[in-house]
Design a protein around this ligand. Structure first.
Ligand code: NAP
Ligand code: NAG
Ligand code: NAG
Ligand code: NAG
Length: 348
């Protein structure tokens, strides 16, 4: 990366910085498994967000200086020691926010904010259903809902997470429970907003739960990630289009159906300016102590395999972060024989 450091002048709207922390998102698993549309050619460095210090600026960058503490969206390549990204995807870190929090912030909170306030129109007294409520996006959704008075949040999550996250959502169900029945038992006419990251059979269920004028948003397909490396994405897509969406029914029932992809909005549809405005609002909420990223765990870059395994195994509560400067924990420790056997059985 020494080479990169002497070339920032080649493009005038670019910022270079050494990375301290990077966010690990579920989408990174999907990239690795080939479960996304048009993946870039390999070899590639994964990762879409990170934090660090500005080291070099392009010729006419305004508003940033060398030494600024920043976080950024990066179009891949965030899991690195140095990144280079257009200035429109870079944001200053508030004084009170740590670098590790900053790496946990952009993806989860911008996604949650965009869905709740830009795509749907969350207002006082409304109700929201969110899946994977204990995850990075799920916890951001729960916190943003609590900034609006009298919002009811229904969440699903693996049972072992319930104790840790029970205060962040109003009603929590096991991910295997019949959540349609559970929600209807509490709220007979359903919910105003359904956030669905489990594309497929949940689409019909989500739509059936909407109140009149309610909004269903599809924003992920976590359930496409399996033990296999094969992509079922296109299959799921056609299934979804053919069987689940009937526009005439939407019209008769007064329902809104939407999709949301932050990465496409930023990197394919040129909406960096819109996201900058959203980031300002979010940082304001952070400064007023209304929201705060929930960090699950920190990992060395060398431990990315174990970190990915943790999210794959549904073990995370909140966000996983890669710490560029952290030394990896020894995988086999110099401890007792018993401990080593335990570690081996944990597949370390
Ligand atoms: N459209 C966008 O712009 C956008 C942006 C960010 C994220 N997303 C999507 O939002 C979802 C959450 O993302 P995240 O990064 O915050 O991840 P996350 O929720 O922190 O972690 C994944 C969690 O999803 C649940 N899960 C559901 N199906 C799973 C499966 N097949 N394998 C493993 N875990 C599964 C597990 O929780 P439980 O067992 O508790 O359910 C797991 O802990 C993902 O679908 C992601 O692709 C979309
Ligand atoms: C909260 O919202 C619900 C649903 O809109 C409404 O029935 C209830 O009266 C509200 N409660 C308060 C305290 O505003
Ligand atoms: C981001 O990366 C994708 C995949 O390589 C590419 O198709 C897209 O053009 C890139 N966008 C920007 C703004 O660089
Ligand atoms: C490894 O051994 C050293 C020296 O005996 C000890 O200080 C250290 O705590 C051990 N590490 C672990 C993980 O047990």
């Amino acid at each position: 990366w020494k080479f990169l450091r002497v070339t920032p002048k080649q493009s005038f709207l670019i910022i270079f910085f050494p990375v301290f922390y990077s966010g690990l998102n579920f989408i990174d698993l999907m990239v690795r498994q080939g479960n996304i549309d048009n993946p870039p050619k390999t070899p590639l460095v994964p990762g879409f967000e990170c934090s660090g210090i500005v080291e070099a600026l392009g010729d006419s960058v305004k508003g940033f200086e060398i030494g600024d503490r920043v976080m950024a969206f990066v179009n891949y390549s965030a899991w690195a020691e140095v990144v280079c990204t257009p200035v429109e995807f870079v944001y200053k870190i508030p004084d009170d926010m740590s670098f590790s929090e900053a790496a946990a912030f952009p993806m989860n909170f911008v996604t949650a904010y965009m869905m709740l306030f830009e795509v749907a129109n969350l207002r006082e007294g409304m109700s929201v259903l969110v899946h994977s409520a204990g995850g990075g996006v799920g916890q951001a959704v729960a916190q943003l809902c609590s900034t609006i008075p009298n919002v009811t949040v229904f969440g699903t999550a693996s049972s072992f997470k319930h104790e840790a996250i029970k205060d962040s959502v109003t009603h929590l169900f096991d991910r295997n429970a019949d959540y349609v029945q559970e929600v209807k038992r509490i709220s007979t006419d359903g919910v105003d907003i359904v956030l669905d990251c489990l594309c497929g059979e949940n689409t019909g269920k989500g739509l059936s739960l909407l109140k009149p004028l309610g909004t269903y948003i599809l924003y992920g397909s976590s359930n496409m990630v399996t033990g296999e490396t094969k992509s079922f994405f296109s299959f799921a897509k056609s299934w979804w289009q053919v069987e689940k969406v009937n526009p005439i029914k939407l019209y008769e029932e007064n329902k809104v159906i939407a999709g949301f992809s932050l990465l496409n909005l930023l990197f394919k549809q040129n909406r960096g300016g819109l996201i900058k405005g959203v980031m300002d609002k979010l940082l304001n909420l952070y400064n007023n102590k209304k929201i705060k990223p929930v960090v699950d765990s920190l990992w060395a870059l060398e431990e990315v395999k174990e970190a990915m395994q943790r999210i794959h195994d549904r073990g995370n509560i909140g966000k996983l972060i890669l710490d560029v400067e952290k030394a990896p924990t020894p995988l086999v420790r110099n401890s007792s024989k018993e401990d080593n056997e335990k570690l081996t059985s944990n597949q370390y």
